[in-house]
Design a protein around this ligand. Structure first.
Ligand code: NAP
Length: 433
């Protein structure tokens, strides 16, 4: 008998889980990868920076998985709205939630609800042309922007704001973002970290890139850098990243019009403004046992936009336990939630690691399904899902439909760009008929 597996989420975690399932069961399992968007690839399409095309090349691998026998991509189906988890568990032998962590963690400071405060999930989705965020209002008429957080997402946001149209020419940034950035008044981009350079989680390549921008110069206070001899205790990759920061601190001031200010040892305490963001108030910190402790010294960073890059939360789903403290489904290390229901990727372990980190994740969840002795229970699997969706009038999309959308996006690309994304679900659906 055939094992029926449903994977919810067609991003990296979903595809690596499907790949692991194929390796485990080959032709004896049927795998449906279900996504709420008509298009596959999740974070690769809507999260990975549009000017980092080499990372996006991994979609070729996912395409290979999709085109294999016994794997289906089923897009435009929202679990929790079009079909419930309970129904999926009735149809399939195992259901894996690979739904990522699409919601921004709130800043949790006074004023964080003012217009002009945006989470990085929203901002990144906006410039990447995610249909939910195509209409986001991103205020770029003030010279200052404050980006909160010292991870790679903060660097991505700063770099996209700092780049020229020419530097973005070979990217697949959405047209609406290009237009908005072309008339941007942003000149001072502040990357605010509550701890210091040694504690920042930037990676070497991402930090180094900021030193090669055509119209922007990264700057930091030399006094924020620990004594150089302390770099010896760092892991080699991290040491290289800190070397870039030292280079930025030592560089001569250029006449480039945009400055990326690294604001280390600054804890955000409030966003202020009259009906909209006008400044971010930060408190100077010092480290105590590796933790940031406020000193009481306050500074104002003038800005019209605050982007929180402090992590993400998984969506809640009816019928699935959720931990507010974790911001995801509570599960064991292998991704077990409860009988037949599993999680992989960010939905299992939170928003950390690279795209590749999802690969071992996918394999470990399939190992858990095997270890749990999940066997075919004679459910209807995908045939039952198709029938259910038909009775509910849900127009799901197939991988062949995605190939039509893909071809249309490639055809209408700007010169030099890989594609021009269609940012409206209605337009995608009308294209495929
Ligand atoms: P991250 O690396 O975990 O960074 C989150 C940052 O937010 C940390 O600096 C953290 O500071 C700070 N933070 C958390 N709560 C805060 C608060 N209340 N106030 C002020 N600061 C706060 O996460 P990320 O940048 O969102 O990236 C997510 C994952 O995707 C990471 O693994 C990242 O490497 C990966 N990613 C990779 C790439 C790439 O490879 N090119 C690009 C983008 C993202 P503390 O350290 O003090 O807690």
């Amino acid at each position: 008998m055939t094992l029926n597996i449903a994977i919810i989420g067609a991003g990296p975690a979903g595809y690596y889980t499907a790949e692991a399932a194929l390796k485990q069961w080959g032709g004896t399992a049927k795998i449906d990868i279900i996504d709420r968007l008509p298009t596959p690839y999740g974070l690769i399409r809507a999260g990975v920076a549009p000017d980092h095309q080499s990372i996006k090349a991994v979609t070729k691998r996912y395409e290979g998985t999709s085109l294999g026998q016994n794997v289906r991509f089923i897009g435009n189906v929202m679990v929790g709205r079009d079909v419930s988890i309970e129904e999926l568990l009735g149809l399939y032998d195992a259901v894996v939630l690979s739904v990522g962590a699409p919601h921004d963690r709130p800043l949790g400071i006074p004023g964080d609800d003012l217009p002009g405060v945006i989470g990085s999930g929203a901002f990144v989705s906006w410039y990447n042309g995610h249909p939910d965020y195509a209409g986001l209002q991103v205020p770029l008429s003030h010279h200052g922007v404050a980006i909160i957080g010292n991870g790679n997402v903060a660097i991505d946001c700063a770099r996209i704001l700092a780049k020229t149209t020419e530097e973005l020419a070979t990217s697949d940034i959405a047209q609406h973002a290009i237009h908005a950035l072309e008339s941007s008044a942003v000149r001072d981009i502040h990357i605010v970290g509550r701890r210091g350079p040694h504690q920042a989680s930037f990676t070497t390549k991402e930090a180094g890139e900021l030193g090669h921008l055509s119209r922007a110069q990264p700057l930091l206070r030399a006094g924020d850098l620990p004594p150089e001899e302390e770099d010896a205790g760092l892991e080699p990759g991290h040491r290289k990243m800190v070397t870039h920061l030292r280079g930025f601190a030592a560089a001569e001031r250029s006449d480039k019009p945009v400055t990326i200010h690294f604001e280390f040892f600054r804890r955000p305490v409030a966003v202020e403004g009259d009906g909209k963001v006008e400044r971010l108030i930060v408190e100077t910190t010092r480290l105590e046992d590796g933790r940031a402790v406020g000193t009481g010294e306050l500074h104002a960073i003038p800005c019209g936009l605050v982007i929180g890059c402090i992590g993400y939360r998984t969506s809640t789903l009816t019928g699935v336990p959720y931990s507010d403290a974790l911001g995801r489904f509570p599960c064991d290390d292998a991704g077990r939630i409860y009988g037949g229901l599993y999680a992989s990727g960010w939905a299992r372990r939170g928003p950390s690691g690279t795209i590749g980190t999802n690969r071992p994740d996918g394999f470990s969840v399939i190992e858990a399904i095997v270890a749990d002795g999940i066997a075919p229970k004679n459910g209807e699997g995908g045939t039952g899902l198709d029938a259910l969706l038909r009775t509910r009038g849900v127009r799901s999309t197939s991988f062949a439909d995605w190939q039509v959308i893909d071809a249309a996006e490639v055809t209408r690309a700007r010169p030099g760009a890989p594609r021009e994304k269609i940012v409206s679900v209605a337009e995608m659906l009308s294209l495929i008929g």
